[in-house]
Design a protein. Structure first.
Length: 139
């Protein structure tokens, strides 16, 4: 039941339902990382049921147990998905722009535009984190 201000209906192990005044409900998982409180979205109610929200919470807790920040992990996944979509759009534009070109020319262009190896974004994220730790002065 919506109220004048947003409020939380808690479940367990950090999972709660955030209920907005307009009636929108969001599953959230609260956790601590590096001494700070963070939250991760686990879906929108009623599209995401309690069982699915708990499963997403459990997967986030598993990442925490492995020493991985669930928020950063999700950002890396979204960035990788964004790169994949951009590559797909570039390929579609290439095919539309060169639909009348000779196949030999297309083969040469495709070979010259194809990267030799894929880039793992997590490696860059880990390297950035390590550099930040080295550069940041200790309190």
């Amino acid at each position: 039941m919506p109220k004048a201000a947003p409020y939380k209906a808690t479940d367990s192990k950090g999972l709660y339902l955030l209920i907005q005044p307009n009636g929108a409900c969001y599953w959230r998982f609260r956790f601590r990382w590096a001494g700070k409180q963070n939250t991760v979205s686990c879906g929108v109610y009623p599209e995401t049921g309690l069982d699915e929200a708990r499963a997403r919470r459990d997967s986030a807790r598993q990442l925490l147990a492995e020493g991985i920040n669930p928020s950063e992990s999700r950002k890396v996944e979204r960035a990788a998905q964004s790169v994949e979509q951009a590559q797909h759009l570039a390929a579609m534009r290439f095919m539309l722009d060169n639909s009348g070109a000779l196949t030999v020319t297309l083969g040469k262009r495709a070979f010259s535009l194809t990267p030799d190896e894929t880039v793992d974004l997590r490696v860059f994220l880990d390297a950035t984190r390590a550099l930040t730790l080295k550069v940041t002065p200790c309190p």
